[in-house]
Design a binder for this molecule. Sequence first.
Ligand code: HC1
Ligand code: SF4
Length: 573
Amino acid sequence: MPKITINCKEVEVPENYTVLDAVKSIGGYVPTLCYMKLEDIGIENRPASCRVCMVEIEGRRNLAPACATPVAEGLVVKTHSRRAIHARRTAVQLLLSDHPQDCLKCPKNGECELQDLAAELNIHNNPYFGKMSLHKKDISAAIIRDPNKCVMCRRCETMCNEFQTVGVLSAVDRGFDAVVKPTFDWSLESTACTFCGQCVAVCPTGALVERSYIDQVWDVIEDPKKHVVVQTAPAVRVAIGEEFGYEPGTISTGKLVSALRVLGFDKIFDTNFAADLTIMEEAYEFKERLENGGYLPMLTSCCPGWVKFLEHQFPELLEMPSSAKSPQQMFGAVAKTYYAQKAGIDPKDIVVVSIMPCLAKKYEANREELRGSGYQDVDYVITTRELADMIRESGINFQNLPEEEYDNPLGESTGAADIFGRTGGVAEAALRTAYEWITGEELGNVEFEAVRGYEGVRIAEVGIKGTKVKVGVAHGLGNVRKLLEDIREGKTEVHMIEVMACPGGCVGGGGQPYHHGDFNIIKRRTEAINKIDRNKPIRKSHENPSIKKIYEEFLGKPNSEKAHHLLHTEYFE
Ligand code: HC1
Ligand code: SF4
């Protein structure tokens, strides 16, 4: 192992380290911008293009980018020499020279890494003036792309091309005009973009942000004629606290509910109720397919980014996914029918708002076919980050909020619903119910360890009544692409596959508080989800009393005519 010296401190580091790795290994710091490493999912973005991590190396004439300089025996590194600081400042000033100077009204204000660097490097003036290019903005239902703010870090391109294998974003043009965008300047809506939002999750500036619906949500809350119900996705409760100073993985369910009440929503319901409902329909469908020679494997269908990927990339496999709608959409359909009837409210006056960790949910809510209630089932989707903005705007002290409970009848859920929020959770939840329905026996240990973890693809075998049921779990669309190709070529055989587009599942969604390249944050949210599940008195969806009630009072049984109409959908090439 080579010995090197960093800021007068001698250290021994592995041979494959870069100077940046070495600095980090001793708790040191060098600023970075384009560099990003999500080790647990095998993603590294290292174009060394921003030149922000320049360091001085004794005996070398030129400064070196720490992220792309391998360590070598005897290297003497100074991370903060005057020369290095000056070079970093110049690099950032040059980036700012053709960057729109509208920070005060930029959606990324306060979260922008370029802004943070300018502050850290004490940039108070700029001798450089670049040519301001005028690229057109691209506004979709989920994402706003402003290429004028692109700093060519290529992080979005890495997530889109390497992790998701969608390949929508790439660097085009040269010089001041160079930006990352879809080919031929197409809008995202006219490409195979899945709206997974992973480009947004890693963009350091305001070049890629979610489309906000905060104004529309305030309008309906303030409209006395509207009855506004809100649902919260499983992954929001373990991340929202980060926006208010809590450690990642803090469980904030009770405060989340009371914040929504203070904001003025009429009923605070839970997507988790609908996740239990999804399991009823999905596990029933799985049992039917397994016992009656139906199409296998059955793919889960609750992640809208994944569904769109399948429709674009594997149109010949559209028989594979379960026809069950996602929990978000099941919720909307029963809120405007079952709940409307019970509460005696005309469904035209009910507005359904979702709080989601996901950007594709915005796109999903707008899909034409998702109107089983006779109305658009879900009206507005806002992200965890947007909700935090609403809470701040309202002057609510989140930390001082009391812990409150969800409303009923759409607020009760089991531990099986909670784990939907992390990779492997939907498969595990479905197995908890399918096992008992198929065997007629009680499941002892409800935790299926083999489908847990962060491997891109996990395959587990579960013995169900003499049949070895093989369950595949994939997170990241590139991983599922490999799995589906193997299945198509007959190399792998599985009965059920869970797919989530985002790293770690919804906990790593594109609408969650920014992780700034730290995958540990996603892991801590996952641990919190598992803790909520472990502490729930009921951990199987089919044992949820409110779910039993909705079938008794309204739906009949899984896949009844009514359930099929409201809770199932179809897919399109
Ligand atoms: Fe998800 Fe789902 S788990 S898709 O990741 O099935 O967004 O959290 O709400 O619909 O329940 C997201 C999360 C979410 C749905 C559920
Ligand atoms: Fe690519 Fe996902 Fe961004 Fe679309 S939303 S451009 S698929 S990373």
